[in-house]
Design a protein around this ligand. Sequence first.
Ligand code: KIV
Length: 291
Amino acid sequence: MSQHSQAKRVTAPDIAARKGAAPIVSLTAYHAHTARIIDPYVDFLLVGDSLGMVMHGYETTLPVPLDLMIMHGAAVVRGSARALVVVDMPFGSYEESPALAFRNAVRVIKETGCGAIKLEGGRRLAETIAYLTARGIPVMAHIGLTPQSVNVMGGFKTQGRRRSEWQAIEDDAAAVTEAGAFAVVLEGMAELLAARITKQIAIPTIGIGASASCDGQILVLEDMLGLNPSVPKFVKKFAAIGEAIEDAVRSYADDVRSRAFPGPDHVYGMREEAPATRGDGVTKKPKITRS
Ligand code: KIV
C-alpha cells in the first residue's frame, strides 16, 4: 500500500459541511511537486484551467484541451495525500449536453483519481450539475466572472458592481445549489453581492476577488507567490518567487561563466578498488568504476 493511500483525503461532503464554519483554504496546483508542498495547508487543491494561461502561455483558458487537464490532474493527485483534488472541466468539454459532460467527467475522475470536478456557469448548467451529481460526480460550480465566457463578457470583468446585475447572479447561485453542487466559486464579484449570496445559499462560497465574506478563499498559486508580474487587484503577493528565481539564475550564470560552478563539492572523484582474487588464486585486474 502506498504512503498516500493510507492518509484519509478530504471529500466533497467534508467541504460542503464547512458552510458557515472556519474559512475553507484552497489554492490552485498544476504539478506534483507544488501539490506536495501545499497539501498540508489547504482543504482542497484546484487543478484550474488557468494552467493554460499560467503554464502554457495562452491568453485565455479557451484553448485548454481535456487531455491536458487530465495530465495535470493526475500529477496533482500523485503529489498530494490529504487535500481534496478538484479538476476543472475545460471549455467545450461539458456545455453541449449533460451526457457529454458525464462522459468527460468520468474520464477526469477515472484517469486522475480526483475527488470532484468544477465547471463554469449558473442557471444554464443547472441541469448538467443535477445530472452529474445524480450519477456520482461531485460538482463545484463557478459563477460571477467566468473566464471561459470571456468573449461573451467582452473581457475579464468584475461582476455585480451595479445593483441591476445582482438578481441574475443570485439566481445563478440558487440554481447551482438546488442542482446539487457541493460548493460554488464566486469570482471577480462586488463584495456586497458576494456577502449576500453567501448568506442566501446553503453551500460554501469560495471567493476569488469576492471578499472575506465568502466561506473560503482560493488564489492561483503562481499569483500569490509573485511569479506572475501582472496580477489582478484582488491578489495579495505572499512571496517574491519570481525575483528569487531571477537572482538564483543570475548567480548560476555568473558562476558557470567564471567556472566557480561546478566546484569541488559538485564533482565525482575516483573510488579506490581493492584487487579481487579469482577462485583459481589469480588476482583480477582492478576495474575503474564511475559513480
Ligand atoms: O482556473 C482556475 O484557476 C480557477 C480559479 C481562478 C477559481 O477557476
